[in-house]
Design a protein around this ligand. Sequence first.
Ligand SMILES: Cc1cc2nc3c(=O)[nH]c(=O)nc-3n(C[C@H](O)[C@H](O)[C@H](O)COP(=O)(O)OP(=O)(O)OC[C@H]3O[C@@H](n4cnc5c(N)ncnc54)[C@H](O)[C@@H]3O)c2cc1C
Length: 512
Amino acid sequence: MSRPPRVVVIGHGMVAARFLDDLTRHAERTGAAFDITVLGEEPYEPYNRLMLSEVVAGRADLASLTLPAAPEDVTVHAGTAAVRLERERRVVIDAEGREHPYDLAVFATGAEAVMPPIPGLGAGGGQGVRAVRTIDECRELLAVCTPGRRMAVLGGGLLGVEIACGLRTRDVDVTLVHRGGHVMDRQLDAPSGQMAAAVLGDLGVDVRVTSGIVRVLREKEHLVGIELADGERLDIDGLVVNTGVKPRAEIARAAGVPVDIGILVDERLRALDDDSVAAIGDCAQTDAGCPGLIAPGWEQAGRLARELCENDQAATAPRSAPIPQPTPQATPEPRPEPEVSIVKLKAVGLDVVALGEPLPDPFAAHAQGLRVLTLSDVGDRRSATIAVDGERIVAGVVVGSPRVAADLMSAYERRTPLPLDPAHLLVKGASNPDAVPQAAGPTALPSTATVCRCNGVSKKEIVDAHVEGARCVEDVAAATRATTGCGSCTATVCGILEWMDEVNPAQEATMA
Ligand SMILES: Cc1cc2nc3c(=O)[nH]c(=O)nc-3n(C[C@H](O)[C@H](O)[C@H](O)COP(=O)(O)OP(=O)(O)OC[C@H]3O[C@@H](n4cnc5c(N)ncnc54)[C@H](O)[C@@H]3O)c2cc1C
């Protein structure tokens, strides 16, 4: 009898954990069998990295982030990094020199924080400087976050803003230094960015939009301050760097696997020149690039697992023949871009939702046949802007108005035809901030509406889970995985459960 294919997974983060879970589920269903080894550099069970900013904000604790352990028949080497891939021999070599032979090597090595080339910052940042990408980094940050401590956050993107708000909840003196036009400039237009900065100011965050830091100041190696491009010196005790991430592709690159920014993969998530190497999650570069978000990573994990169990036994089957030589690549079929993009900030005290591509300049948009409508109320620190193409919202940004945001998200996602005057959408929700938004309420949501974007779970799946007996968020998470990513859908899931309890009381009685 031939042995099962050997799958070696490099990295044990959120996407690897999902891959192992999905592979086990599909294998049980299809009868496929694999011999699976996982090498995880971090000495922990996989954990929900998205929630680290919530830990900084005191809204979650580190212990609650742990994800389910790998299935029992998987061999996990925690705290063991892979250091080399030898493709000719098809082995992965770990930091202790052990060899792990594979039929399929799956890179799930994620991404790492980039330290900008600023004098005084070393490759790892140096004393007093950290990113917030791992449990260890988060712990180190929390250990020095005492009230009155002076911290600067470098980089006013989504994560930088989340961390800055989180630090304020701990009474840390926070300066947010952002190089560029305005905070969150990848998601927000300039007026929305200014509104967000005003809210940050109200929260006590000192926002500096500058042309950057020119120097990190140290005394005997110790961080004492930063010098801004305009010459101002800020005295600080700590610096948190959030200036972007880069895929961890060093091992693949050293093995000659084609790498651009990330590990280049085709539509089957295989390396372009080697069917026995795959990449998923933040380390992989598809036609859609390297989005650095959990939803595409989890989708890839599920796709690869399903394919291995259903169609691809041959591709991972043990082979005695050496690795195939690189062959000229057929142009991969272009895959459609994700059609709906919704970004929700998870920051204490600041509500921001961005829909679609960044908003265009209103006059440029007008020339392209789009209408851009804005409602802005600086006094109340709220604004909403939408770009409308004919009858549909194609982009939008809402600051400080979660109910308007809920309505607009719903209209954007459902592609509902808009009122003759789309301004009503902005005024309706804003004029009655306490009203439950009709469009976004659980009854009005169409059954196909996506509730959990991280996991791609629809309202119908949550309703079905309720019918099957799910009565609380944990039950729904177990049945559908909704709420297990960034957690921003938890309130909607609760709303659907409450609504189902009301409309389906007979079922309660039957279950009792
Ligand atoms: C604070 C924070 C908040 C975030 N918020 C959101 C959000 O709201 N929404 C969203 O979509 N995304 C968010 N993200 C991004 C999201 O966390 C990532 O998209 C996701 O973690 C990617 O999963 P991954 O498994 O590909 O990589 P990772 O989670 O980075 O895991 C990769 C693992 O591989 C290990 N590894 C690397 N090299 C090796 C090696 N050579 N040998 C062994 N192991 C190795 C690493 O140590 C790591 O444990 C956030 C990220 C952070 C840091």
